[in-house]
Design a protein around this ligand. Structure first.
Ligand code: THU
Length: 135
């Protein structure tokens, strides 16, 4: 089972405190490591108009793309409680836009349990830009 690097763990724990989740009270933090090795973090940001809420993974990917990078090499998700949250369906689709199916996805709970899986396992038969490029 892969050990989470200490800098990633500290970043996730810091981010988890910054999650804005007054409605669900379910805090989530995400860190993506890009191809260049840089780390980008994000948290869930909820809204009184519920559908406008943003997931942590999407916040982290937006940070990476806004910084000029487009390839995710690894992702960590940390959620509060005992059970590690897996990325929701929408987040899986956002991740596959910038990552291969072999992307390692590490789901960690704030209480120390973990699930290590790949994006391809979470999102088989994914719809990607390759479909749009076919004649
Ligand atoms: N949430 C995430 O941030 N990432 C996920 O992949 C699952 C769900 C957030 C969205 C919402 O703010 C809260 O968790 C409860 O659904």
């Amino acid at each position: 089972m892969p050990e989470t690097p200490q800098d990633v763990l500290e970043l996730l724990q810091t981010l988890l405190q910054r999650a804005y989740a007054p409605y669900s009270r379910y805090s989530v933090a995400a860190v993506v490591r890009s191809k260049s090795g840089r780390l980008y973090g994000g948290v869930n940001v909820e809204n009184a108009a519920y559908p406008l809420s943003r997931c942590a993974e999407q916040s982290a990917v937006l940070q990476m793309v806004s910084a000029g990078e487009r390839e995710i090499a690894e992702v960590w998700v940390m959620s509060r409680g005992q059970r590690p949250a897996t990325p929701c369906g929408g987040c899986r689709q956002v991740l596959i836009e910038f990552a291969p199916p072999s992307l390692p996805v590490h789901c960690l709970s704030s209480e120390g349990t973990a699930l290590h899986i790949t994006l391809g396992e979470l999102l088989p038969y994914s719809f990607t830009r390759s479909y749009l490029e076919e004649d």
